[in-house]
Design a protein around this ligand. Sequence first.
Ligand code: FES
Length: 104
Amino acid sequence: MATRICAVSDIKKGSAIRVKIGDTAIAIIHTPDGQIKALDDKCSHGEISLSEGFVDNETIECWAHGAKFSLDTGAPLSLPAYEPVAVHEVIIESGDIFIETDLV
Ligand code: FES
């Protein structure tokens, strides 16, 4: 099932927002080059929202200890994180962001 999140224009490029779908917090990321990505909004190293981290075109960096995660796969790309975070499929339709999820 796809859930509408917001308009693409509601998220500033180079930033992320936190949304809740069911009980799961998801970081919706707008990269500097205009891609929209969605990852679970919890660093795999601790109880920190990745949406409060630093965004580039390929990664999001946790502000707490600097672990970086791939926006495409959720894989940890640097220590201290070892575990990946879940990635969610994003659909853009008429300028709106939808997340494909069975979390609801
Ligand atoms: S809590 Fe994210 S790197 Fe430590």
